[in-house]
Write a protein that binds this ligand. Structure first.
Ligand SMILES: [Zn+2]
Length: 442
């Protein structure tokens, strides 16, 4: 079986341990062994068949994992335009986004809704079959909303077209969820609350009923499929807990009761705040007519401040918080994903280590593969990136694709390692050399 040995690397294994100088042996699509060394190569046994990649002191770590991805958002400046896009163009846009995630070092992504029922499913299947490059993807269906809820942008005098599925009542919900499950989605997405940018539903409004959410969850559970929700209002966060919705997006207006519930259920709920949407909509969308003044009037500054306070409190209480920024709008285009990692450090006060663990170890958990993804350990899937420099010292390194020296997914290089001579010298020395060469066991 094909073996690749990374030598002379600083291993950031994302178990929570400090980085250490070492070597990592890949066999097939799995990590076979991890060795601590004394900063130089020599720890791992090798035969002639092994491809040796000298990391030159660069950081070897798990590929990044995005918790809120929309492959079918295509950097548009309005939600309306993804409702109008014909399916043929839309498939191409999704293929481009999938490739872009991988180019940015993201080897897994949680689909947070697709603009048409089969887009994510078709792209996931094509990636898994090796037909197109892309990260491992949990495929989602379109956001399911209610008449007048988030995403119902259709003027009432025109035939319905949208990027969402509009249902009213438990029975319509049941039928819609069943139809999406039939197509093979890994997740369903419910829009429980509104969003300031829409005219029909505000962020603090809760528009879906318990009967509707309950029916959706009953159908999803029947097939063992998990659910995620757009939940900004306090009430919508509580609805997520009430109905066992696994992934809570945004969670901006958590009140004391919501915080208590999140803490109580922290072992099976994930919160992905998608702060980059709030941040760029507040401060970086002027070119599209959304000046900071307008965004403030719309309520985005208030929501951003409230969300930051709430998420910090959730973190303090041990709730799992994951990056994933809702990318794919004109003012936060695909390819800028790692900016949400910077938000975790600068806006939420996370340490760089906690931020990276949120994007790797917790990423493996939200992908429902905690024993296979998101860490450098023997037996784990070989999704790894080689990073020029020390991301623990500078979280913005991930934003520069040229600093990603190699990208491997499932044991195969998507980005081949650049020859050492062509690469600038590493900025930092590998840290914490250990006294002996010891295989690290799982
Ligand atoms: Zn989203």
């Amino acid at each position: 079986m094909q073996q690749t040995l990374f030598t002379n690397v600083s291993v950031l294994d994302c178990t929570g341990a400090a980085a250490y100088a070492g070597e990592v042996l890949i066999e097939g699509n799995r990590i076979k062994e991890v060795f601590r060394s004394e900063g130089k190569s020599g720890g791992a046994p090798r035969s002639g068949e092994v491809r040796v990649v000298d990391g030159g002191g660069a950081t070897l770590m798990p590929g990044l994992i995005e918790a809120h991805a929309h492959f079918s958002w295509n950097n548009q400046d309005s939600l309306d335009s993804i409702g109008r896009m014909p399916v043929e163009e839309h498939v191409l846009e999704c293929m481009i986004a999938a490739r872009t995630y991988l180019e940015c070092g993201y080897t897994s992504a949680v689909g947070a809704a697709a603009a048409k029922p089969r887009l994510d499913v078709v792209i996931r299947n094509a990636i898994n079959a090796g037909k197109i490059p892309g990260p491992r993807l949990l495929a989602n269906g379109p956001e399911i909303t209610t008449t007048g809820g988030l995403g119902d942008v259709n003027p009432s005098h025109l035939p319905a077209y949208s990027f969402v599925e509009i249902v009213d009542g438990a029975e319509e919900m049941r039928k819609k969820v069943r139809a999406l499950l039939k197509e093979g989605v890994d997740l369903i997405k419910l829009n429980l609350s509104g969003e300031e940018i829409t005219i029909t539903a505000r962020a603090e409004d809760t528009l879906m009923s318990d009967a509707e959410a309950g029916a959706a969850m009953e159908e999803a559970r029947r097939r063992g499929v998990r659910a995620c929700a757009h939940a900004r209002s306090a009430e919508s966060i509580k609805m997520c807990i009430r109905h066992g919705i696994d992934i809570i997006y945004h969670a901006s207006f958590a009140d004391e009761e919501a915080l208590d519930l999140l803490e109580k259920h922290k072992d099976h709920v994930f919160v992905a705040p998608a702060l980059h949407w709030l941040y760029t909509t507040s401060y970086e969308a002027s070119a599209w007519g959304l000046t900071p003044e307008i965004a403030k009037q719309m309520g985005y500054h208030h929501e951003l401040e409230t969300a930051i306070k709430g998420i910090k409190e959730m973190k303090r209480r041990g709730v799992r918080i994951l990056p994933g920024g809702d990318f794919g709008f004109a003012w936060m285009p695909h390819g800028t994903y790692a900016r949400d990692l910077e938000n975790f450090v600068k806006l939420l006060g996370f340490s760089t280590m906690d931020t990276i663990l949120s994007a790797t170890k917790l990423g493996g958990e939200i992908m429902a593969m905690p024993d296979q993804l998101g860490q450098i350990k023997p037996g784990y899937l070989a999704d790894v990136i080689l990073v020029d420099g020390d991301p623990l010292a500078d979280i913005t390194i991930f934003q520069d694709r040229s600093r990603l020296l190699a990208i491997m997914k499932d044991g195969a290089f998507f980005k081949e390692p650049s020859p050492r001579s062509e690469r600038p010298a590493p900025l930092t020395e590998p840290n914490v050399p250990s006294p002996q060469k010891t295989p690290v066991t799982a």
